[in-house]
Design a protein around this ligand. Structure first.
Ligand SMILES: Cc1cc2nc3c(=O)[nH]c(=O)nc-3n(C[C@H](O)[C@H](O)[C@H](O)COP(=O)(O)OP(=O)(O)OC[C@H]3O[C@@H](n4cnc5c(N)ncnc54)[C@H](O)[C@@H]3O)c2cc1C
Length: 310
């Protein structure tokens, strides 16, 4: 769709928030890679969000929900249609409690680390292993984020979502199929908020567990570099990082993307990497692992968007 055509459509809709045309996605992803989104929208209110959704559907404009952008690789041609950021919706509050648990209502755009810090400050247990995972609660739910035996699904009571028809409803967590780094949330759906149940515990103990997981993460992962976390899912019973390492790929480089020397399942943008460099490196690493171990690696990161037009 042409830029002017999109502008005409969107100027008609009252959006309480911000809309940017041809916004580079490299500014919104932890990899700092990605071509422009036709429109990047940050609605401020629920009504503008719904308005936007209805308008996209009526005009058949594709839309892509984005959280912290820490698990996506956006291709160099950018994203067609609307990228919808949930980062402005960040409210979290305790809604009820009993003797053993506290129940929180958490907006999708809340940073997962904000939630981990809140749980640690208040002595609430259940998400200690998620310490150090960047991104939002909405993104964590969509990919069932987890580490060290903890997964977000284990503390979820329900999810409030907008379906592809624009209808808002709440689903119980046990009605959603969660798997290893996957959920039954469909691409046309938008997670708005979630109810989360945490166990009351000793502050000191929760804090010690969080510190311990953070220490392990810092020692084993290149957290200060530009990455999107683990590139490949662990095949059953084996670590993808170990396979990549033993296939001799640590330090392997395509353009400005390098297989981390700290953790072989992290690919690092060393400066001005492109998505096509990244994808070529993924293909080469997959080829070497297949050749050496006969194992087909499956991407954990979401590769989205269109190829660059040369
Ligand atoms: C240094 C580093 C370490 C990491 N460590 C871990 C780890 O230990 N464990 C782990 O599981 N992951 C890890 N990750 C990956 C990533 O942080 C998680 O997957 C995170 O939960 C993604 O959240 P996000 O908000 O950034 O999602 P995004 O990257 O923005 O989006 C991911 C997917 O979710 C969808 N989505 C996002 N928000 C919504 C919404 N509100 N409604 C509908 N769909 C939505 C997007 O469309 C996209 O398909 C790591 C990443 C980095 C950079």
């Amino acid at each position: 769709m042409e830029r002017q055509e999109l502008k005409d459509i969107f100027d008609e809709v009252l959006i309480e928030g911000e809309a940017k045309y041809m916004e580079p996605m490299s500014a919104h992803t932890s990899l700092r890679i990605g071509g422009p989104a036709d429109i990047f929208v940050m609605p401020r209110t629920r009504s503008s969000l719904m308005n936007l959704h209805i308008n996209c559907k009526r005009s058949r404009i594709p839309f892509f929900p984005l959280g912290g952008g820490t698990n996506v690789l956006v291709r160099d041609g950018g994203i067609e249609g609307v990228v919808l950021s949930s980062m402005q919706f960040r409210n979290k509050e305790a809604v009820k409690e009993d003797d053993t648990h506290v129940y929180l209502s958490v907006d999708a755009g809340t940073m997962l680390q904000g939630l981990v810090n809140f749980s640690r400050e208040n002595g609430y247990s259940g998400i200690e292993g998620l310490a150090g995972i960047p991104g939002t609660v909405g993104g964590a739910i969509c990919g069932n984020a987890g580490a060290y035996g903890y997964e977000i699904k284990d503390v979820l009571v329900s999810v409030e979502r907008m379906d592809s028809e624009g209808k808002i409803g709440r689903v119980r967590a046990d009605e959603i199929v969660f798997g290893y780094r996957s959920s039954g949330i469909l691409p046309g759906e938008l997670v708005l908020s979630a109810e989360i149940k945490l166990r009351k515990d000793e502050k000191r103990e929760v804090s010690a567990r969080v510190d311990n997981f953070l220490k392990m993460k810092r020692e084993k992962q290149p957290l200060r570099e530009m990455s999107a976390g683990c590139v490949f899912k662990n095949p059953s019973g084996v670590s993808a990082g170990k396979l990549v390492d033993e296939a001799g790929c640590k330090g392997l480089r395509t353009g400005d993307v390098e297989v981390s020397r700290v953790h072989a399942n992290f690919f690092i943008n060393k400066g001005k990497a492109s998505a096509s460099d990244f994808i070529r490196l993924m293909e080469e690493v997959s080829r070497r692992v297949k050749e050496k171990f006969g194992v087909v690696l499956e991407p954990e990161i979401k590769v989205v968007g269109r190829d660059a037009v040369n």
